[in-house]
Design a protein around this ligand. Structure first.
Ligand SMILES: [Zn+2]
Length: 254
């Protein structure tokens, strides 16, 4: 039976998500910005949280982990870097395999935003949880190395096009505005920008996407587009890595 998902808002702009295995009843929450929000989301669906998957060590992703573990007895899986702030039971790294009930996932190291950042990819479910590496029409900040972040964002972009992505934050409207500023001629982007404006006006959450749509509209996955390179004022010979770094700096100042 295919996995079921529940997406919900946490704090002001964090995106919470549950992945549920109907055949075993196992349910994982990916990151816990707010334990109350995660437990309430599970209760709404009649699910019990059995697993916590941590994408990275930032406080707004792990601060509710201890409370969820205490209230549910869930097993906590995450990178070693999260251990200082959360009760991690199983440490994972690049290439680790995980399971949520009968659902099988792969762990990919994706540093750059945070040293210990990992993403969880469930190929058979065409789903991946990408934390703060990639956002809808945008990407995370480079608190670590810009080269690492570029490689990590590219890694998400190299997953199959139909892979559904759950991101760590809803920065969608701000990202759409920035994307429009660097590639105003992109028709797919224009449509998504209008949709972001409508959803935001209605107060709705938009933190999910898929790889194919991001390849059409996310400037950080469109580094070879002439219009985007031009907007960075780099020369024709600029490499994708250089375009990425320039775009990220521009977004910081946007
Ligand atoms: Zn973060």
């Amino acid at each position: 039976m295919p996995a079921q998902f529940e997406t919900f808002l946490c704090l002001s702009d964090n995106v919470g998500v549950l992945i549920h295995d109907p055949s075993t009843g196992a349910t994982a929450v990916v990151d816990v910005p707010d334990a109350g929000a995660a437990l309430a989301a599970a209760a709404r669906r009649g699910w019990t949280i059995t697993d916590v998957l941590i994408t990275h060590e930032h406080g707004d992703h792990i601060q509710g982990v201890a409370e969820v573990k205490e209230k549910t007895g869930a097993k906590v899986t995450g990178p070693a870097q999260a251990m200082a702030g959360a009760p991690v039971d199983v440490v994972v790294e690049d290439g680790s395999r995980i399971a949520v009930g009968s659902l099988k996932g792969e762990v990919h190291a994706t540093p750059g935003h945070a040293a210990g950042h990992v993403i969880f990819h469930f190929p058979a479910e065409t789903a991946a949880f990408v934390g703060d590496v990639l956002f809808v029409m945008g990407c995370g900040r480079a608190f670590g190395s810009m080269d690492d972040l570029w490689r990590s964002v590219s890694k998400v972009g190299s997953l199959p096009d139909d892979t559904r992505l759950w991101t760590g934050h809803d920065y969608t409207l701000s990202n759409a505005k920035f994307a429009m500023s660097v590639e105003p001629g992109n028709v797919d982007l224009q449509k998504r920008f209008m949709r972001a404006e409508t959803l935001k006006a209605n107060g709705e959450l938009w933190g999910t996407t898929n790889v194919g749509m991001e390849k059409l509209t996310n400037p950080f996955l469109r580094l070879k587009e002439p219009e985007i390179r031009k907007s960075t004022h780099l020369t024709e010979s600029a490499t994708p890595r250089e375009v990425f770094a320039a775009l990220r700096e521009m977004k910081n100042r946007f």
